[in-house]
Design a protein around this ligand. Sequence first.
Ligand SMILES: Cc1ncc(COP(=O)(O)O)c(C=O)c1O
Length: 393
Amino acid sequence: MTRPISHRAQAISPFHVMDILAQAKALQTRGHDIIHMEVGEPDFDTPKPIIEAGIKALEQARTHYTPALGLPELRQAIADWYQTHYKVKVSSDRIIVTPGASGALLLVMGALLDNGRKVMLADPGYPCNRHFARFVEAGGNAVPVTAESHYQLNAKHVEDYWDSQTSLALVASPSNPTGTVLTKTELAALSAAVKKQQGTLIVDEIYHGLTYDGFDAPTALEVDKDAFVINSFSKFFGMTGWRLGWLVVPEGYTEIMDRLAQNLYLAAPTMSQYAALAAFKPDTLATLEQRRQILQQRRDALMPALEQVGFKFAVKPQGAFYLYADCSAFLNEQIPDSMALSRFLLKEAGVAITPGLDFGLFEADKHCRFAYTTSEERLLEAADRIGKALNKS
Ligand SMILES: Cc1ncc(COP(=O)(O)O)c(C=O)c1O
């Protein structure tokens, strides 16, 4: 019997890092001490007030569906967050609670992309974006970006790479894998360039809150009322496993998103939505601020330690929890590319990292991503082990 698998599903490639992860797990089972720097989620647990609100929700048997657009109280709390944090007025009608930023990406691509259309994306960038586009029978228009544009799409890219099939541009600020942030001026220029092409801008703001050196990422809503903005409780709020995010849509798009949400997943998890009501409370925010400071310290410790070993950084990331490193100094006949380097470092140093290939094709062979989602002590130990392994080879 042949097993039917759609072309759509076949076209979606797995993460290369899964290979590394499987090997790392096998090594761990055999007693090896592996330092995980491939993981794209904070090591901190969900803040206590959120967990307590989740427990309370279960005790009160909040176990039924919520409206597809989300709990009205949570939509209002998110709208209030835009007012207090960004000084931007957004009506709660425009906020749609989703199962993670992933759910928001699915809604946006499903609602805005027709067959054969394309979404402009930065390469390197978050790999799932092009897969979401493929899933709705559309595609990615991947634009190679370098340190010159802070690894972000800019107005010039839009002018140079926009084609007749492209109708959307999607950026993440701070970005995964590079951690770079778009300023308000850059966002405004990007928005104007996209509008000039009659296109729509989508900004993934999932790493908002995790910015350093006094840098505060502006929301695209400050400069473009027609932009679609994606965010999540996963990263800054430490709620990856609760599967909760949100989408802010321009006026007039709520009804279509409601229809899609009803049909695709009915609603985001109820317990998680009640728990998230505690996410914007002062004591939660105080904990999150402490964590942000810890992440900044980790970045500041890890970056020079890796530079010392021989990795190069074309930019200092202002946000997220990733370092995107040029590893070409270590490539040779035995280790021809960053995937081989990732395998080598796992085997010889017991350190798991993510090869550049997971973020696109442009110069992917000579880049890798380090996530600083483990303690500073372990990060420094990892840099030390990496240095020893590479100097030996
Ligand atoms: C840029 C970016 N967008 C979206 C997501 C999806 O996150 P979630 O669905 O957990 O909110 C991730 C996860 O790593 C990400 O890095």
